[in-house]
Each structure stands twice: as structure tokens, then as C-alpha cells.
Design a protein around this ligand. Structure first.
Ligand SMILES: [Zn+2]
Length: 344
């Protein structure tokens, strides 16, 4: 770390400490007093979840670009939550799974990148099919002097990932679950690709990737479960949850004929899909804040977000209950992509 980077990081962390102080007041409130939230969640702890999104999308973190002090600070906050809710690191070496960040325009001397990998043991730790929940924490950083805070994209996925992990830390699952906060999504799925290359990650045990990317902003109250076109056997599970879910749980955005609205290859789940591992991607329709400086915490729809997170716990519960059957849906690497005629 250069001196300049150390100073920048110190400044970021100093500002962030102020934010945490403010957040502690918020955490002391009851769920029914959270601004904009009337829904009473069944599974998730809404206060800390919203607070993490608020912190990650604050100006102090400067848009969380991979290889910047803001990205490093974001990692620190997520790691702290992982520790506080009692998760354990998957790797013997600790929480951080290195991701190489190459120099790019505006970030000529990037710092180190890293995924954060936590796990919640199932009934037979270290054995059998496992489920992985992913959400990227990086965003676009500062461009033309404007901070791209990325509240929905994807501080929201990180907040939900931690909230889901906390539920399962307190209600142990049947199968091992891995929770991964991914780096480098915005610059080419670098973190997800790093997982594929590391023998410490048991890809042969992976039954399903549940990827969360933009789950907090929908005026219409609509959350999409995408990927059923490729894995139609997962449809009954989603249909059943949708019937009683606290959001409008829709499906789609996963057919080649959807063109740019086909989300199959548009976030980290694409890397799992290409490896032959079934996936479900959860996200909202593009909104005016998508990849804009206006993707701010003040613009998310908190009541929808809490409903979405509760729905996601139900999805993970249902997947855990039938994980061996889902594991059987695996394909040879790249076979799925070739069968669907999707360009690389
Ligand atoms: Zn994203």
C-alpha cells in the first residue's frame, strides 16, 4: 500500500466511522419505526440490513470501485457484519479470497481486490451438495467528478446476503451454504471468475448459485427470479413461493430472444452458468438510477427491499430442502451456453 493510498483509506474509514455512529441510533429502533417500512419481516432483521446499504452507498466510500480505498472499506464493513452474525470464513487463510485487479483508466495503481467468503455448515459439514449465495459489492466509483454510489447496484444485494446469512446462522440449514461478497463484477465478473480458478472452492459440490444484484428499488413492488428458461425444473419451487410471497415475484428476462433484456449473462451468475452450475438470479427491472450517480440510498424503496429479502430467505429455504434434486440439474461446463446458442 502506498502512503497516498493509506491516507485515502484513513480518510474513508474516518468518515465511515461517523456513519456507523449514526447508524447505531437507527439500529436501536424497532422495525416498525424504520422510515418507509411498514412490512413486518418474518425472517430478516431489517434495521441492520438497511443500515449496511446506507453505509456502503455513502459518499465516503466513493462508489466502491474495485482496487480503491472505498472498495477496501466496503469489504471491511461487510466482513464486520459477517463476524458479528457469527459466520465463519471458508478459507483457512481467513475471509479474503484474492482477486487480481488490473490497472484501468482513472485507476492506474489499483490496490488488491478480494472476495469475502463465509459459510454456514449444514448437517454434514464438508460433504454433499452445497448452495452458494452471491452478491457483488463493487460499483463504478467516481466518473467525471461524480460519485456513483450504487445503493441498489449492489449495496442492496450485499445487505440482503448478510441478512439471509444471519437467518441461516441462527437456523442451521440441511446443506452447507457459502455466502460470497464478490469483487470486480462491474469490470468483468473478476471475483466470480477467481472462484472458478481456485481449488479451495469445491465447484464439484455446487448445486445452485443464487445471485442477488439490485433487489431494493421497485415502485411496482416487483422482484424477478431469472433463469427458469435454462432450468425449468426450478419453476415449481418459484411458483409455489410466488403464490404467497410478500412481493410480486415474477419470472423471465432469461430467453435469448429477450435481447438486451436477457439477463442470463449480465451478472456474476453467468460465470456459474457457464461452468454448468444451475443458477437463479434475483433483481429488479432497470430503473432511472441504473448505472447513474442517482442510484442513492434515498431512492431505494425500503418497504419493497425488506419484502424482497424475506422472499429470498424463503427461496433459499426451499432450495436447501431439495438441493440433491437441484444438484442433478448440473451440466457439463459450457454445455448449457452452447445448447442455448448464447454467444460467449
Ligand atoms: Zn450489479
Amino acid at each position: 500500500m502506498t502512503t497516498r493510498r493509506s491516507l485515502a483509506l484513513a480518510a474513508v474509514l474516518g468518515l465511515a466511522a461517523l456513519l456507523i455512529g449514526g447508524g447505531l441510533l437507527w439500529l436501536g429502533r424497532n422495525d416498525d419505526e424504520i422510515p418507509g417500512v411498514t412490512y413486518r419481516p418474518v425472517y430478516v432483521d431489517a434495521g441492520p440490513m438497511l443500515h449496511l446499504v446506507d453505509v456502503l452507498s455513502s459518499d465516503a466510500l466513493e462508489g466502491r470501485a474495485s482496487g480503491t480505498p472505498g472498495g477496501e472499506a466496503a469489504r471491511g464493513f461487510i466482513r464486520k457484519r459477517f463476524e458479528d452474525i457469527g459466520l465463519r470464513p471458508w478459507l483457512d487463510s481467513g475471509w479474503e479470497h484474492p482477486v487480481t485487479i488490473l490497472p484501468r483508466e482513472g485507476i492506474e495503481e489499483p490496490g488488491p481486490g478480494a472476495n469475502l467468503i463465509a459459510w454456514v455448515p449444514g448437517k454434514t459439514p464438508g460433504e454433499g451438495p452445497m448452495l452458494v449465495v452471491t452478491a457483488h459489492y463493487d460499483h463504478l466509483g467516481i466518473r467525471n467528478g461524480e460519485i456513483y454510489n450504487g445503493a441498489d447496484d449492489n449495496a442492496s444485494g450485499c445487505g440482503a446476503l448478510v441478512a439471509i446469512a444471519e437467518y441461516f446462522a441462527n437456523h442451521p440449514p440441511v446443506h452447507d451454504m457459502m455466502f460470497v461478497a464478490l469483487d470486480g463484477e462491474e469490470i468483468g465478473f473478476l471475483g466470480a471468475n477467481a472462484l472458478m480458478r481456485d481449488p479451495a472452492i469445491p465447484l464439484d459440490r455446487m448445486a445452485l448459485d443464487i445471485n442477488l444484484d439490485m433487489v431494493s428499488r421497485s415502485e411496482a413492488g416487483e422482484l424477478y427470479a431469472s433463469g427458469l428458461y435454462h432450468f425449468p425444473d426450478l419453476a415449481p419451487m418459484i411458483t409455489k413461493i410466488a403464490a404467497t410471497a410478500p412481493v410480486r415475484l415474477l419470472t423471465g428476462h432469461d430467453r435469448p430472444e429477450d435481447g438486451l433484456n436477457d439477463w442470463t449473462l449480465q451478472s456474476d451468475h453467468a460465470v456459474f452458468f457457464k461452468a454448468g452450475i444451475p443458477f437463479l438470479y434475483f433483481g429488479v427491472e432497470d430503473h432511472p438510477g441504473y448505472h447513474q450517480p442517482s442510484d442513492d440510498f434515498s431512492e431505494i424503496t425500503p418497504d419493497f427491499y425488506v419484502r424482497a429479502a424475506d422472499t429470498l430467505v424463503q427461496v433459499v429455504l426451499a432450495a436447501d430442502a431439495r438441493l440433491p434434486q437441484i444438484y442433478a440439474l448440473r451440466r457439463a461446463p459450457d454445455a448449457a451456453v452452447q445448447q442455448e446458442g448464447i454467444p460467449e
